[in-house]
Design a protein around this ligand. Structure first.
Ligand code: ADP
Ligand code: MG
Length: 264
């Protein structure tokens, strides 16, 4: 029998507030609801993904940081190290503010861009999907995520500034593809906090499609702006769990079907 290998998806955009964490949480939750085994990795020192799954990030001793440190020291931690089993069915590898110093810790490691990849190769057979929530930067952590991923999903707001920032991200992705991970593919741009009612959003969808649509997929599914998304995050739940009938939960469920295929 062929050994299973998880599909690794990085959720990346160096801009903050574009819906990376919300997308990571709800994509993970919806895939898990469709009976896929899912690991969600928090790769942001702000620990927002951990908090959105109800985890007290600052109290965690075993985090993704310790995994990076073990990898750089060429030590092998147990496969379940740091993983928190959440009642939503999603496994979570948390992070917290201590992750902020990791760049300094890795500076002398020649292999520092490939640490996450080498860790994920060891645990990959345990999951169908591994979803990585990136920080709002193009730091060494984001490079690690891109180096380890099969696909990258780019959440973006339907604003003009959002479109400008994408160029830099595309360049970084192309660089990673050339030098670290030739298999990396851009799955697409996902427009979030989208309001059908505003002309601005409609125009920006066209601008982004015109600018990038020729060579990058812009998902026809958009994630509507809906206060339930923010409420759920504050309560430490996915919106799929908190408000399954809301427009935003439905959109993420549909999006997860597009990414994962129908129920397993
Ligand atoms: P990022 O991870 O890119 O910084 P977040 O996912 O944390 O972005 O989203 C930024 C803020 O916007 C958060 O407060 C979040 O709750 C809120 N938010 C995200 N998606 C939506 C949405 N579809 N509708 C309304 N608010 C949203
Ligand atoms: Mg975030």
């Amino acid at each position: 029998m062929e050994t299973k290998r998880a599909k690794v998806i990085a959720i990346a955009n160096q801009k903050g507030g574009v819906g990376k964490t919300t997308t990571a949480v709800n994509l993970a939750a919806a895939l898990s609801q469709n009976e896929y085994s899912v690991l969600a990795i928090d790769l942001d020192a702000q620990g927002n993904l951990s908090a959105c799954f109800g985890i007290e990030a600052d109290e965690q001793e075993e985090t993704i940081r310790e995994i990076f440190l073990a990898e750089t020291a060429e030590e092998e931690l147990p496969a379940d190290y740091g993983i928190i089993y959440n009642k939503s069915g999603v496994d979570i590898l948390p992070s917290n503010i201590k992750l902020a110093d990791i760049e300094m810790q890795l500076i002398t490691d020649f292999n520092r861009e490939r640490l996450l990849k080498s860790y994920l190769e060891r645990i990959s057979e345990n999951y169908d999907f591994i979803i990585i929530d990136c920080s709002p930067s193009l730091s060494i952590l984001t490079i690690n995520a891109l180096a380890a991923a099969d696909k990258v999903i780019i959440p973006a707001l339907p604003h003009h500034l959002s479109a400008i920032g994408l160029t830099q991200l595309m360049k970084t992705i192309q660089k990673v593809k050339r030098s670290l991970n030739k298999n990396l593919e851009i799955e697409g741009i996902l427009l979030t906090q989208y309001s059908n009612r505003t002309n601005l959003a409609k125009n920006m969808k066209e601008v982004i499609e015109e600018e990038y649509g020729k060579y990058i997929n812009v998902f026809s599914i958009t994630i509507p702006q809906c206060v339930k998304a923010a409420e759920a995050g504050l309560l430490g739940k996915s919106v799929i769990e908190y408000a399954p009938n809301s427009s935003v939960a439905k959109a993420y469920t549909q999006f997860a079907e597009l990414i994962g295929g129908a129920k397993k």
